[in-house]
Design a protein around this ligand. Structure first.
Ligand code: NAD
Length: 423
């Protein structure tokens, strides 16, 4: 074995993903050989994207696409535009997509892409040119049956429209299934935008049924009021819970009698901050996490529940909307306190599941109504929640619920690899 690390091996996010893989492998009794197969992506492509900027100068951006595992189907996962993107982060995220898609029971492997760029510093023409060139550069390894990208941090349906168009020009036909979360006019689903938050609310609803006698009248705090948090809050309120606190990066608001979520959404859209909502007390994000509520939904960023604040957390259920909001140390502390943590790979899979619904209907040349798509998501998320919860209670209750989710997800991938003769 060489002592020189590969370009992704020293990345902290990648190291965390490998640690989780090894812990799950120990529970499943997987050999070191299988771990070695699973810890590397099947393919990692780096592409160079030189752009002539509006000022006439050429700037070179670097992008990656990591295809982690295809045992269960074509690679699937978003593309993020962020100045801190590294190959290691992209590989780790692609590994997590393998587990998330496996757990969701959809016929996809895991992939992820990224460009190291601050997209806010680009004009719309520069952004379009960079997006098109990136997709052209990875076009030989993507495709409706091969690898199906989608949005992630700082990419959106417009980005997907450019990808779709670029790819369709290269192959010579409208390749509807090459990306998901497209604009509605290009075969996307109206409900894709709400689907992750809706799925988080579904996961919280099912957890509430199992743990605290249902949602009716139960109190909820939601950290983050973006794409995920706002719709989780909206549906939990619609289904009878009392959302007493929400926050964004500028701070939080709290009213023990409940917030009017439609009104908070209006205020957030108009002023870009929930703290401008009138009928509530201002609180910090730190205070929000420690409120005496029944359900806590961290839906902003990673690593917000740590060994420092975990002992003070009072919620009975934590439903992870964000990716990685709870550190492993906090996971154990909360588990010992009897708090149920519905893990990110289960709770926030609504987006990718809706992407699968979009993709499969694109391929059949037909569209679903909004109601049909949401009902479909409801039945898939509900079924998956109970499968993980029951397995956790039956076999793995000494660990946090996350362990059961990882065991089910990784076991399914390993079984597919065995059947295919890969291991
Ligand atoms: P977003 O950018 O739409 O919203 C993020 C929200 O978090 C904003 O309200 C922002 O103000 C708030 N925020 C940022 N920093 C904060 C901080 N330090 N404290 C409190 N609030 C803060 O993003 P999103 O799409 O809602 O994603 C949120 C999380 O969910 C991320 O971890 C993302 O990876 C994860 N996720 C998103 C999707 C999806 O479909 N959008 C799918 C799966 C997972």
């Amino acid at each position: 074995m060489s002592e020189t690390p590969l370009i992704y091996e020293n990345d902290p996010t990648y190291k965390m993903a490998v640690k989780q893989l090894k812990e799950t492998a120990a529970i499943l009794g997987l050999s070191d050989e299988v771990v070695e197969v699973l810890r590397h992506p099947e393919r990692l492509l780096q592409v160079k994207i030189p752009i002539r900027m509006d000022n006439g100068k050429i700037v070179v951006f670097l992008g990656w696409r990591s295809q982690h595992n295809s045992a269960l189907g074509p690679y699937k996962g978003g593309v993020r535009y962020h100045p801190n993107v590294t190959p290691g982060e992209v590989v780790a995220l692609s590994m997590w997509m393998t587990w998330k898609n496996s757990l969701a029971g959809i016929p996809y492997g895991g992939g992820k892409g990224g460009i190291r760029v601050d997209p806010h510093k680009l004009s719309s023409r520069e952004l379009e040119e960079m997006s098109r060139k990136y997709f052209a550069a990875i076009s030989r390894i993507v495709g409706p049956d091969v690898d199906i990208p989608a949005p992630d941090v700082y990419t959106n349906p417009q980005t997907m429209a450019w990808y779709f168009d670029e790819y369709s020009k290269i192959v010579g036909y409208n390749a509807w299934g090459v990306v998901t979360a497209k604009p509605v006019d290009l075969g996307g689903l109206q409900v894709r935008v709400i689907s992750t938050g809706y799925g988080v609310a579904l996961a919280a609803r099912e957890a509430a049924k199992k743990w605290i006698g249902g949602l009716e009248g139960k109190t909820v705090a939601v950290q983050g009021f973006g794409n995920v948090g706002r719709y989780a809050a909206k549906y939990l309120a619609e289904w009878g819970a009392k959302v007493v606190a929400v926050s964004d990066s500028k701070g939080g608001i709290y009213n023990p009698d409940g917030l009017d979520i439609e009104e908070v959404m209006k205020v957030k859209n108009e002023t870009r901050a929930v703290i401008n909502y009138k009928n509530a007390k201002r609180i910090s994000n730190k205070e929000l996490l420690e409120l005496d509520v029944d359900i806590l939904v961290p839906a902003a960023i990673e690593n917000v529940i740590t060994k420092e604040n975990a002992p003070r957390i009072k919620a009975k259920i934590i439903t992870e909307g964000a990716n990685g909001p709870t550190t492993p140390e906090a996971d154990r502390i909360l588990h010992e306190k009897g708090i149920v943590i519905v893990p990110d790979i289960l709770a926030n899979a609504g987006g990718v599941t809706m992407s699968w619904i979009e993709w499969s209907h694109n391929r059949m040349g037909c569209f679903l109504t909004e109601e049909e798509a949401l009902n479909r998501l409801d039945s898939i998320m509900t079924r998956n929640f109970h499968r993980v919860f029951d397995e956790w209670q039956r076999k793995y209750s000494e660990y946090p619920m996350r362990a059961a989710a990882y065991v089910i997800a990784i076991d399914r991938v390993v079984r597919a690899m065995k059947l295919r003769g890969w291991i």
